[in-house]
Ligand binder design. Structure first.
Ligand SMILES: [Zn+2]
Length: 147
């Protein structure tokens, strides 16, 4: 009997592992845009930036809160100590997302969130569905390219 309980526990994934997978899929989807949404480059390493910081769980996996940046726009334009709000990168965020949506996200990002298994598991299901949509879209684009 004891053994059975142990087996069941093993099957249950840790919250940390689910969170990590959510972050990973979120990043893949945001980066699937294919170019830097600030300067437009398709070259080099690219990052998924959280407009409202990752630590705010209200919008941590809200795909509208994600924007793809190249390394330079991300690290120098946003996360640099000399970050200047008037720089084109932050203007680009407003241009891409619209100030109305940004306000919706800002409010949502500040809402308290119950950080539990239910939230993480439902988030993972949602993100996997969204990832499938992205993959299907890319397959369509690729098959048009071949024809
Ligand atoms: Zn860029």
């Amino acid at each position: 009997m004891k053994k059975k309980i142990k087996k069941k526990r093993k099957k249950l994934r840790s919250l940390k592992a689910i969170k990590r997978e959510c972050d990973k899929i979120y990043s893949i989807i945001v980066r699937s845009v294919g170019y830097c949404q600030s300067c437009g480059t398709e070259e080099g390493k690219n990052d998924a930036h959280h407009i409202y910081e990752r630590g705010r769980w209200g919008t941590r996996w809200d795909l509208r809160n994600g924007i793809r940046f190249c390394f330079l726009c991300h690290k120098r334009g946003i996360h640099s100590p000399s970050f200047d709000r008037q720089r084109p990168v932050s203007n680009k965020i407003i241009e891409v997302k619209g100030s109305e949506l940004l306000e919706v996200l800002r409010v949502k990002s500040l809402q308290p969130v119950k950080k539990n298994r239910e939230l993480l598991e439902s988030t993972l299901v949602y993100l996997k569905e969204e990832l499938l949509k992205v993959e299907e879209k890319n397959e369509k684009i690729n098959s048009i390219g071949i024809d």
